[in-house]
Design a binder for this molecule. Structure first.
Ligand SMILES: Cc1cc2nc3c(=O)[nH]c(=O)nc-3n(C[C@H](O)[C@H](O)[C@H](O)COP(=O)(O)OP(=O)(O)OC[C@H]3O[C@@H](n4cnc5c(N)ncnc54)[C@H](O)[C@@H]3O)c2cc1C
Length: 472
């Protein structure tokens, strides 16, 4: 029975009819073929086609839609670009999808306040380009920028390649509007930098993976665009040298380090040698590779990187290196790092760990993980690549595709992670895939508080059931 006292399947039918009345044919998809496209995100977790795909085009329509779903107990999976890597947008059976694909566009750019207000369904790249057109920058940047949406990046508190310089999405959102499960609209779209008038509620929705509310609009923080960037690849003996390299680079560049990305030899050999996903610009193979991008107001970025390389070479920190001399060369270097988004077909069944530990402990954690995995029958090859300046490694572990192997490997890695006081997800989110493991990162008291918040804001548990908390 639902809250209206009618049988569940009857309730669903009544709800669908009411949703249809609100959204009309343009705003709702119900055929099996149409719905099948919305079943899964890019995590590999195969979802079930939703009962219907709802495509509201305004905050008011989302409010009306959620109020109906809440009344009839219909589970809702919020979806943006479906580029998520944790199964948060993959559907369990019997839910409807609420997609932001008709909730797109830039609402305003305020050059003086350095803000951009956008609808949740706007692709990240559209926002980046619009900001650049007026000489400003939105600094959240991830490989999936073409499809990932502002709402999705907020809901997952996306990280990416510029966290070192500009922080996670959380640090780049000034205001936000969200709709709660019962349809009430919580809107704070101001551009106020300083506001201590009570709780900063936007942070409750950022990183909440669609379980507390549906994000509809956001005011994003922009920075001045610094056109002079330079990119280099350094080959190093090991991860410890990469940390020394970062420290030396900080002495010269400070907060002008835009990105500092690391690649372990297992990953390098796979994308450059075992496959043709990327091309190595180096003659030899090394113990570690770092991609560094810096910016400069003075137009000396390239020269400064050359000087940095000379110093690193002198101090035996770097063994080889390549400096990009053009935008095309910089893109070729970035391809080495971003090829991780294309390994799936060649690497076969694998677990994609998104580990966060203290940057200083990352090397030791990876060494310990390698040792553990080498002794584990269920574990195959590994690939390690990540935002090492942030202590975030994407560790891919191949296995035979069985649930048993997957579980064994996960249990070993997360148990090791607890020793390092790390996070089971640094940036992709818990979603459905990591929901059983959240307790390895969060204490029972923290989890109880999260559940209390969820129960208060979504007492019927309609928002993204099964995400974040296993039982919805
Ligand atoms: C090639 C590639 C590279 C990537 N690189 C990075 C990276 O460097 N850093 C990183 O952090 N992530 C990365 N990702 C993961 C992914 O792009 C991010 O998680 C992104 O933020 C998801 O955005 P989306 O619009 O696709 O959201 P979806 O996948 O549609 O949804 C993700 C989650 O957010 C919820 N959600 C979506 N929209 C809303 C909304 N409006 N309101 C409430 N909840 C909502 C969903 O229910 C789900 O739980 C990468 C993915 C790929 C495929």
């Amino acid at each position: 029975m639902d809250s209206t006292g009618i049988q569940q399947d009857t309730a669903q039918k009544v709800a669908i009819a009411k949703l249809n009345a609100v959204l009309g044919p343009k705003g709702m998809l119900t055929t099996v073929e149409d719905c099948a496209r919305y079943a899964s995100d890019q995590s590999g977790l195969v979802g079930t086609p939703p009962v219907a795909v709802l495509r509201p085009a305004s905050t008011e329509e989302i409010s009306a839609v959620l109020a109906i779903c809440n009344r009839y107990g219909l589970g809702v999976v919020p979806q943006g670009g479906r580029t998520g890597l944790s199964g948060g947008a993959s559907c369990p059976a019997g839910v409807v999808v609420v997609s932001t694909e008709r909730l797109t566009g830039i609402i305003e750019i305020d050059e003086e306040a350095m803000t951009l207000t956008a609808w949740a369904g706007t692709p990240l790249e559209t926002v980046q380009n619009a900001a650049r057109e007026v000489g400003l920058e939105y600094c959240v940047d991830i490989g999936a920028r073409g499809s990932a949406t502002i709402g999705g990046t907020i809901a997952t508190n996306a990280g990416g390649i510029r966290v070192l310089q500009r922080g996670m999405t959380r640090e780049n959102v000034l205001g936000l509007e969200a709709v709660l499960a019962d349809g009430s609209i919580v809107s704070r779209l101001g551009k106020t930098v300083k506001d201590n008038s009570g709780f900063d509620l936007k942070h409750m929705f950022i990183g909440s993976e669609g379980v507390l509310g549906f994000v509809t609009q956001a005011v994003l923080k922009l920075h001045r665009h610094v056109p002079g960037t330079a990119t280099a690849l350094f080959a190093l003996p090991d991860h410890a040298a990469a940390l020394r390299c970062l420290n030396v680079a900080r002495e010269t560049f400070g907060s002008r380090i835009v990105a500092f990305e690391g690649m372990w030899p297992d990953y390098w050999d796979f994308v450059c040698h075992a496959t043709t996903l990327a091309t190595s610009p180096l003659e030899d193979r090394y113990g570690f590779y770092v991609l560094i991008e810096v910016d400069s107001e003075t137009g000396r970025a390239e020269e400064e990187l050359e000087e940095l390389f000379a110093e690193l070479f002198e101090r035996d920190i770097a063994l080889d290196g390549v400096l990009a001399k053009s935008v095309a060369e910089a893109q070729t270097l970035w391809k080495l790092r971003e090829a991780v988004g294309e390994v799936d077909d060649d690497f076969g069944h694998h677990i994609n760990f998104d580990i966060g530990v203290s940057p200083s402990a990352l090397g030791a954690f990876c060494d310990a993980a390698d040792k553990k995995l080498a002794a584990l029958e269920e574990a195959g090859a590994t690939l390690k690549v990540g935002h090492i300046g942030d202590g975030n490694v994407h560790l891919l572990v191949a296995h035979d595709g069985s649930k048993a192997a997957e579980h064994r490997i996960e249990a070993e890695i997360y148990a090791l992670l607890q020793i390092y006081n790390g996070a089971v997800t640094a940036e992709h989110g818990i979603g459905r895939i990591k929901a059983p493991w959240i307790g390895y990162s969060r204490s029972p008291e923290e989890l109880a508080m999260m559940r209390a918040l969820k129960a208060q804001l979504d007492p019927r548990g309609i928002l993204n059931p099964g995400a974040l908390f296993s039982e919805g």
